[in-house]
Design a protein. Structure first.
Length: 323
């Protein structure tokens, strides 16, 4: 049965649901650090549907879980602030027929080690990502990321230009922005970090700010578990966010001054309230060879809001640059 056809996805969903019930009956538990219970099993099922398998490596004193699946050229995906490797599960469903996908938990996020005393500034995280890529044995992978992950991906390409085949930017952070977003304005005026939550109600507000429309399938028990994880992480993530804001938002200039000249694809939702869509023009001005796709009725996480379209656009772009 060919993967990613409607028939396949119905079969995979039915299979995963059956497996989920079976795992529940057997007292299945996710590995330490992962979300547990019914929510953890639902996430595990979603990974299985997309052909992803959880693995783990050690780097710089951190345990780093990652997801791997598919076949073809390596594509390393890096999530945004407060996110995890599972942010790419749904878009990976449409990518693993074409590429070998690696989605990692950036140290300090997801199910990775939490070290309250560690340094999480962008340059340190870039070097950790470099160590992860080396441990995976990847030679000149394609790399992409959302928000914080986009900043890491672009700065990684600037620092290690010979190690990158292409960069996929999904509303990247690290740009000055000619018009500041709602979230940035609030932080600058009040110091409030909108992207951290101490309870379910605050987490719901984050979801509504980050997305233009919520995905069709988002069970309440999964949201409960993610809200609990966000609340537990709030103290550390507040510190990490402030560390980010203490360094220059210089992604455009760093890339422009680097030896990396592309290829690059910039994807941005026109309704992004976290990082203003004007950032796409800023990055394009610095890197004229990059391509840009602006998406209607999409917020800050295109790969979660419109995974099928985002994947199709990316595959089409990869085919174009390969010619």
């Amino acid at each position: 049965m060919k993967k990613n056809t409607p028939v396949f996805r119905r079969f995979a969903t039915a299979f995963a649901t059956t497996a989920l019930l079976g795992l529940n009956a057997c007292g299945f538990e996710q590995p330490e650090g992962e979300i547990q219970g019914a929510a953890g099993m639902a996430i595990a099922a979603e990974r299985a549907i997309s052909g992803l398998e959880r693995k783990v490596l050690q780097i710089d004193g951190f345990m780093v879980p990652y997801l791997q699946g598919g076949e073809g050229d390596p594509l390393v995906l890096i999530h945004g602030f407060g996110g995890s490797k599972d942010n790419f599960n749904r878009v990976a469903n449409y990518l693993t027929n074409h590429y070998t996908v690696y989605s990692i938990d950036v140290p300090g996020f997801g199910a990775s080690t939490r070290d309250q005393k560690a340094d999480y500034v962008i340059n340190t995280q870039i070097d950790r990502v470099h160590g992860i890529i080396e441990k995976l044995g990847l030679q000149k992978p394609h790399i992409g990321g959302n928000s914080m992950g986009g900043w890491i991906s672009g700065a990684y390409a600037a620092k290690y230009p010979d190690n990158v085949a292409s960069v996929w930017f999904l509303a990247p952070a690290g740009l000055v922005e000619s018009r500041k977003s709602e979230v940035i304005q609030k932080f600058e005026k009040t110091g409030e970090i909108v992207l951290t939550a101490s309870n379910r109600e605050e987490f719901e507000k984050i979801v509504d700010i980050v997305m233009y429309e919520r995905p069709a399938f988002a069970p309440g028990f999964v949201v409960d578990a993610m809200a609990a994880r966000a609340a537990a992480d709030q103290p550390l993530h507040k510190r990490i966010y402030k560390d980010f804001k203490s360094v220059p938002s210089d992604l455009a200039s760093v890339l422009g001054d680097s030896a990396y000249k592309g290829p690059g694809l910039i994807v941005w939702g026109k309704e992004d309230r976290v990082l203003h869509v004007d950032g796409a023009a800023e990055l394009k001005t610095a890197m004229p060879g990059f391509d840009v796709i602006l998406m209607d009725k999409v917020g800050h996480v295109p790969m979660l809001e419109q995974p099928k379209q985002v994947a199709a656009d990316y595959v089409r772009w990869r085919e174009t640059i390969a010619q």
